[in-house]
Design a protein around this ligand. Structure first.
Ligand code: ADP
Length: 512
């Protein structure tokens, strides 16, 4: 694998500033590890404030010409970038498996998914329409223009190393903005490979910049710069709030799109008695065990109605038992390692807390015999909202990293669900919708039912930005991704994902 990658020209270790591959100014490097083997894969430049300031200046200079191109002209470059990402998807998938650990087949899927955000943005940029407003005065004409916001700072996490960048930088560039990307220090190689392909696509120097290293210094430089007009961030609540507060100092127009994926413990999945068992099972396993449970919309609290509880629990245990854990490069592996030791410790502490409060470990519940950061796919029963595993706050306080591979099953009694009369929306405030909404997070949710009225009522009552009905895989570049409550501001993907990168300008043409 390493040999193939070494010859691909995509394994970059320096940062990209103004079109030039650049070492850290003080020569410092940081190590990138393969979570499946614990081996170090690369030493990448460990940058800080000074490099970031230069990257911002380059992006600011590049903005002057990039923003003047027509959407069609920018589209040509971005289309080429998308084509190159697609052509090189095998090598890029290997990079993801190498530095992030997800199985190769899944990695291939997320390259296609990630690149899709660029393709969608390219197409959508041609439809950034303004408005003509009927004037109240006969000698005036009123217009609304949409213009690119300026330099964008994009701070991304490690769980989807390409998609998280593409869903920010794709629309940003398509709208005419330029970008300084700060990928997670755990997965910088994917960001650097994507940047290399942006150069090969002919995207002008300075339009795409990548710096990584000291997150605090880089973050501070992005926040304090008056040239950076938007910060877009995906990651933890704690960091998201800090960035929001920091962005206030320079009143960045579009503060943040943040997805509190670390609160994924809250993502509810409600299975009603009338659900099709096979569909519910397939959807739940897909929603829970994707990326070994390390996504922001992994189903975590599975609320199961009494009548189907036993049947569903048995089928789930059976399915989870079959999941093969191992190195993502091995054939047939469906579950890779967790990202790092802190992630494993977090899972351990959550399970310890849950069992001390009466939960039962039905399956797994311990480190995998493969060692390192491998963890057994786990099912826990009798979970309630008092346990940290179901609630958000502790996730922030206890650890930086939460990566859950465990399923929690919460039984819901029939008497509570009988209140869910399809035409009686107000009763939905009761369980299980009440349990589902009893959290500060509100990103993804799932329901499984064959009753159309119920699916509508519950979908409307859930305080979540995304609802999957009889479907466990719901992410796509054509639909808006984002959350209610503390799960974020703004939306990524779809036509709505363009808005954050555009300013609205009102022009009044008077005395005509
Ligand atoms: P994760 O564990 O998913 O990486 P974090 O919120 O810790 O979640 O990190 C998400 C991204 O935010 C990463 O790229 C990380 O380096 C970056 N980050 C963390 N702390 C800061 C900070 N103080 N300023 C700017 N970026 C930060």
């Amino acid at each position: 694998v390493a040999f193939q990658l070494n010859n691909s020209g995509l394994l970059r270790t320096q940062g990209l500033i103004g079109g030039k591959w650049t070492e850290a100014y003080d020569g410092k490097t940081l190590k990138v590890y393969n979570p499946a083997t614990g081996e170090s894969i690369a030493d990448v430049a460990c940058m800080g404030g000074r490099e970031t300031e230069d990257a911002i200046s380059s992006a600011y200079d590049a903005f002057k010409s990039w923003s003047k191109f027509t959407a069609a002209e920018r589209s040509k470059f971005l289309r080429k970038w998308y084509d190159l990402l697609t052509t090189h998807k095998e090598e890029l998938a290997q990079i993801i498996t190498l530095e992030q650990g997800k199985p190769l087949k899944e990695a291939l899927g997320v390259i296609t998914y990630g690149a899709g955000f660029i393709e969608f943005a390219v197409e959508e940029a041609k439809r950034v329409y303004g408005d003509i407003i009927p004037s109240p005065l006969s000698d005036c004409r009123l217009f609304v223009l949409k213009q690119p916001v300026g330099v964008v700072g994009a701070i991304t996490p490690w769980n989807f190393p390409l998609a998280m960048i593409a869903r920010k930088v794709g629309p940003a560039l398509a709208c005419g903005c330029t970008a300084v990307i700060k990928p997670s220090e755990l997965t910088p190689l994917m960001a650097l490979a994507a940047a290399e392909l942006s150069i090969q696509a002919g995207i002008p120097p300075g339009v795409v910049n990548v710096v990584m290293g000291n997150a605090h210094e880089i973050g501070d430089a992005l926040l304090s710069s008056t040239q950076v007009r938007k910060i877009t961030f995906t990651g933890s609540t704690a960091v998201g709030k800090k960035l929001m507060a920091g962005a206030a100092g320079t009143v960045k127009k579009y503060i943040s799109s943040r997805y509190l994926w670390k609160l994924d413990g809250n993502t509810p999945c409600i299975i009603f008695d009338d659900a099709d068992l096979d569909i519910a099972l397939k959807g739940t396993v897909a929603a829970k065990f994707r990326n070994s449970g390390q996504t922001c919309i992994c189903a975590n609290r599975i609320l199961v109605q009494e009548g189907i509880y036993e049947k569903f629990a048995n089928a789930l245990i059976n399915a989870v038992q079959k999941l093969k854990v191992g190195d993502g490069f091995s054939e047939g592996v469906g579950q890779g390692p967790l990202i790092n030791e802190a992630a494993v410790q977090k899972v351990e502490s959550l399970i310890q807390d849950a069992t001390s409060k009466g939960a039962r470990v039905i399956l797994g519940g311990k480190r995998h015999r493969l060692g390192l950061t491998f963890y057994e796919p786990t099912v826990i029963g009798d979970v309630n909202n008092e346990m940290h595993i179901s609630r958000d706050v502790t996730y922030i306080a206890v650890s930086r990293d939460v990566a859950l591979t465990q399923v929690t099953l919460v039984p819901v009694e029939r008497k509570h669900l009988d209140l869910l009369h399809p035409f009686c929306g107000s009763k939905l405030k009761r369980r299980p919708v009440r349990i589902a909404n009893d959290t500060n997070a509100g990103l993804g949710s799932y329901i499984f039912t064959d009753n159309v009225q119920r699916s509508w009522h519950v979908a409307e009552a859930l305080e979540y930005g995304i609802v999957g009905v009889n479907e466990g895989l719901i992410s796509t570049e054509v639909a808006p991704f984002g959350g209610f409550k503390q799960s974020g501001l703004g939306r990524e993907g779809s036509k709505y994902g363009m808005d954050d990168y555009l300013e609205i300008k009102y022009v009044c043409l008077g005395n005509m």
